[in-house]
Write a protein that binds this ligand. Structure first.
Ligand code: WTA
Length: 626
């Protein structure tokens, strides 16, 4: 673990100088079935990236087996249920190991084998983490789909990866609601011919419909024992697929591999959070997102930490739930999203103050830029000016944190993610693709691979190449803009493509437009993001309809339903404007830049609109807006 700023500087310099030696030393702290022959083999121009080439391992051996000798009774997963009156579960390393092995055997008994894709559509209960690890143990590739996605979105993801199995639950608790997961899964499976087994966990005990491929999880589990040797995996074998939104078309199934992902998530967890043996670490994300994969499951467990899993929401039963849970479990590390902070900031600070937060040592932020107001509120009311805040910048594609301060070790700067992790060579590029030296603002890019960079998009290598490696040859292009101060600290300014981050969720505008266009009355639509107090960004849809005389409130309602059905409720636009046209260039391209300004109410900052094909439409939209 890096303990001081000077050590950080030396380490970063060494990692830059000789990345192979640097990562090789870190990787040798893990258990390998057989060592790698070459640390890194890469060519960004192809692109082709391989880490720890020829090495053999199983990530679960590193997360579980090695700790059942040294700390069998330490809590690995601490589960806090949605309902505060339901008892929390402390699952020790020994117990977790047993449950993972038994679940792995259940998967095998139902036909799963190495290389198969298994879709997991589950609530935030321990069995979700266990299922993920069980897949990894037998070498099946897990594809977790966030339980807030609709049946259509679930089916698209199952079909994209030709999953042979679906793991789900009867339902899930979320605040005062229950979500009928099995019902949604049933609807999805109608169009998924590759799935031949659906294992159903009992969580809510609600009634469910039963199909020929369905089996109860608890019944299947009883049939198998808990002895399950690990499947030996190659470093470069896929560990999982996780879908993220792109600026066009269908979601991208990012593929992460066993060796590099393990080394990098474990290394960054250790150094960013600086967890000590008795600490209790809580990341509030859902395992359906990359943050949950890397920093609830793999990173913490690979370090033998105690990782809290929370089933509920920050507002249930009241807006002090996070603080209540912090006090209850004496949380030392609290890692959440700016959107949650902004939402909680709107409530009286007495809700925070009524709980004893003295156990807190480190706070974290992830998912979108944290604005100054939220940063200071977090620092003052939650951290009591006593807890370093790590603002961690990274992506589904990067697998782990690329830019962040190390808690209490390197300096923090409000609203800045600060410095790249050792081994991460970040640069700023201008529009021509030249590197900017010193202070400046531009496009963020990474010059050299780190071990957990996604290796491809499942089934679409060409798209992987085009999206991430073609815009600026020789670099990985994350799609974010950034500025850099004189000390080299980075501040992420936001996306430079058509992805909008709403409440920390990446949403591509193209699939939302496609969903809106499904409505029989809609001729064309354009969706853009605009700034929102709590969500960070919200969505505004401009819609052209066939008959401008129609009742727009009905259309708006139907459009929202269509989006919820096709993608999920998180993608519903906040504002829908029925317009008679969209501002277009002479070549017919929609001018999103203008639509973004209009949605943000920046009517006087539109720039030159005289080159538009239809400048009059801008006036019309302005009138509607005001
Ligand atoms: C944004 C989440 C500013 C960024 C881990 C990135 C951030 C996208 C930060 C990836 C941060 C994430 N500061 N922006 N600390 N963290 N982002 O794939 O635009 O869900 O490209 O991964 O979130 O979102 P994803």
């Amino acid at each position: 673990m890096i303990n001081s700023l000077s050590e950080f500087k030396v380490t970063s310099a060494q990692a830059k100088e000789n990345p192979d030696t640097f990562w090789s030393e870190i990787a040798s702290e893990f258990q390998w079935k057989s060592p790698w022959k070459q640390t890194l083999d890469f060519d960004f121009s192809k692109p082709e990236i391989k880490w720890f080439v020829g090495g053999k391992l199983n990530i679960t051996e590193n997360c579980l087996d090695r700790y059942i000798e040294t700390q069998p009774n330490k809590t690995a997963i601490l589960f806090e249920p949605n309902d505060p009156t339901e008892t929390a579960q402390h699952i020790s390393y020994k117990k977790l190991h047993k449950r993972v092995c038994q679940t792995a055997n259940m998967l095998k008994a139902n036909g799963a084998k190495k290389g198969d894709r298994i879709c997991i559509y589950m609530p935030m209960v321990p069995e979700l983490a266990i299922a993920v690890l069980a897949c990894a143990r037998i070498g099946a590739i897990h594809s977790v789909v966030f339980a807030g996605f609709s049946a259509t979105a679930l089916a698209a993801r199952i079909n994209d990866a030709s999953c042979s199995m679906l793991l789900t639950a009867d339902g899930g608790f979320r605040g005062s609601k229950t979500i009928a997961l099995k019902e949604i899964a049933d609807e999805a499976l109608v169009s998924c011919s590759t799935v031949n087994c659906c294992l159903v966990l009992q969580r809510t005990q609600q009634e469910v419909q039963w199909n020929s491929t369905d089996k109860w999880w608890h019944e299947e589990l009883e049939k198998v024992d808990d002895n399950c040797p690990v499947e030996v995996m190659d470093s470069e074998d896929p560990l999982f697929i996780l879908y993220t939104s792109g600026s066009t078309g269908k979601p991208k199934g990012m593929v992460h591999t066993c060796g590099g992902y393990m080394v990098y998530t474990a290394y960054t967890f250790k150094n960013v959070f600086q967890c000590q043996p008795n600490d209790v670490y809580w990341c509030t994300a859902d395992i359906g997102w990359i943050t949950g994969h890397s920093y609830i499951v793999y990173g913490p467990l690979a370090n033998g930490a105690t990782s809290v899993m929370f089933e509920g929401v920050p507002s249930y039963p009241a807006f002090d739930r996070f603080w209540e849970v912090c006090a209850k479990h004496k949380i030392t590390h609290f890692y959440t999203a700016p959107t949650a902070i902004r939402a909680l900031e709107k409530h009286p600070t007495s809700l925070v103050e009524k709980h004893d937060l003295s156990s807190l040592k480190v706070l974290g932020s992830v998912g979108e830029p944290i604005n100054a107001e939220a940063w200071h509120w977090y620092d003052e009311h939650v951290g009591k000016h006593n807890c370093p805040i790590v603002d961690t910048w990274w992506q589904t594609e990067t697998g782990g944190i690329l830019i962040s301060s190390l808690a209490g070790v390197t300096p923090q700067k409000p609203t800045f993610a600060t410095l790249p992790m050792p081994g991460v060579q970040a640069v700023l590029l201008n529009n021509e693709g030249d590197e900017i030296e010193g202070e400046g603002e531009g496009i963020l890019a990474i010059k050299h691979p780190w071990p957990s960079i996604a290796r491809t998009i499942w089934g679409d290598y060409e798209r992987y190449k085009n999206v991430y490696f073609s815009a600026y040859p020789g670099y990985y292009f994350p799609g974010d803009g950034a500025l850099r101060d004189a000390e080299g600290n980075y501040r992420i300014t936001g996306r430079v493509d058509d992805v909008v981050i709403v409440s920390g969720h990446n949403l591509g505008t193209a699939p939302i437009e496609n969903a809106i266009n499904e409505h029989s009355e809609v001729v064309e639509s354009a969706v853009v993001g605009f700034p929102h107090d709590i969500k960070g960004n919200a969505l505004c849809a401009y819609v052209i309809v066939r008959d401008m005389g129609v009742d727009s409130s009905t259309i708006e309602k139907e459009i929202r339903e269509e989006v919820a059905k096709t993608i999920g409720p998180i993608a519903k636009p906040d504002r829908i404007l029925v317009v008679s046209g969209l501002p277009k260039t002479r070549s017919g391209k929609i001018m999103r830049r203008i639509l973004r300004k209009l949605a943000a109410g920046e009517h006087d900052q539109l720039g030159d609109i005289s080159t538009l094909l239809n400048p009059e439409i801008v006036e019309e939209i302005k009138r509607q807006n005001s």
